[in-house]
Unconditional design. Sequence first.
Length: 473
Amino acid sequence: MASHRWFAPISTLLITALAAIIRIANLANPRLLVFDETYYVKDAYTLGLFGSERNWQDNPNPDFESGILSGYLEGAAYVVHPPFGKWIIWSGLELFGADSSFGWRIATAVLGVLMVPLVILIARRLIGSNFFAAIAGLFMALEGLSITLARTAILDSNLAFFALLGFYFILLDTQAWSSRLQKTKSSALRFRPWLLLAGISLGLATGIKWSGLYFLAVFGLYTFVVDLWQRGRIGLPKILAVGQGALNAITLLVPALVSYLVTWLGWILGSNGWGRNAKATWYESLWAYHVNAYSFHTGLDSPHPYQSNAFGWLISLRPTAFFFERYEADSACGLLSNCTVALTAIPNLVVWIGGVMAIIWMALQLRHKFDPAALAIISGFLAGWLPWVFFLNRTAFQFYAVAYAPYLAIALAFALHAYWRKGVARKLHSRNGTIALVVFATVFVAIYFMSIWTALPMPHLMWQLQMLFPFWV
């Protein structure tokens, strides 16, 4: 069935539709600004009005949530993340109104949905199987951290999308380059156009959060390593990969820088943004702004009840609670007389733990045999995770890990495909049964946590049962 010509488009359409239902249904609830939405939604609103963010009067949220949008002040706001993620949020405000909680979140939700077919396209290239690409897409569609972040108007899901889009272009580039090397056996330097698109995507990712720079650096290094390996495999001088690597770096970095600067045009062309007139020229002022923001990020160590470091993210030690409220005889409960409404960024534990185990397995396999596909997946994971190992004392949150969630979904599907082809079980039907069990467990966990991923009203007992460990509360 998976080999049928309609399997790939139909399975992609159905899995994407499932992802859309999960990420968009009940999107307007809670009808309050949750967690860091208190910054990004209001920043997006004033960004659209003035081209740069503005300060707000004391306690502005109740008025803003009720549709009174005039609480901003004349003074420019000091913000420490680039503007593009807020421009994305603004697009939803522009379409549905800044007084609509649906409008706050819809743009982020759409990009969250689009990550699912993108994962399928990537997995199909890396695994070479329509069926296991569909499984990767299903894992992504049912991945809880990705669901919760896609339903929340903050920056990290948008960062994950553009980093993943850049990753897709990197794969198109390396596969096209490999084919060319094998056909021509030529060591001449070549402009590689897919890298141009990758640079634009990764520049936009950096325009959401500076974490996008990690993906730019790691993916650029990946293209060099694969080129080095390919030249050695077909007998070309490896030293010439250095020159091609330098050209690749230019092809990535120049469009990345240009696209990054474009995201700042509102601040550059205006005159009232924070720090805009600190220096004689806009570029000197922008550099001074970046130096200031860098000092903030590297020195951030204020305690927070939900802070978590990179090692804790791997096993979901401290999920971030975005919203929690108990209601009695309230319309928010629907048919229930009393209820709890919660929104907590808990990953799908099957995909999460299974994906981490798959990454470890692939890394061990690379010691014995080089596999560009496995290295690509590991590179995506490391770009999203490894830099945070060097900032263990910085205030950070588990939801930052959404940036590498797609690579865990792909890694798990990749490992299952390898197991299906030559797993420890001798009989194929035994391997099929194991894979079916993993998929069933993923679906079961998704159903179990769905209410807390989508802010659905539930009996308080259900919320207590979802808090599997005391350190989750």
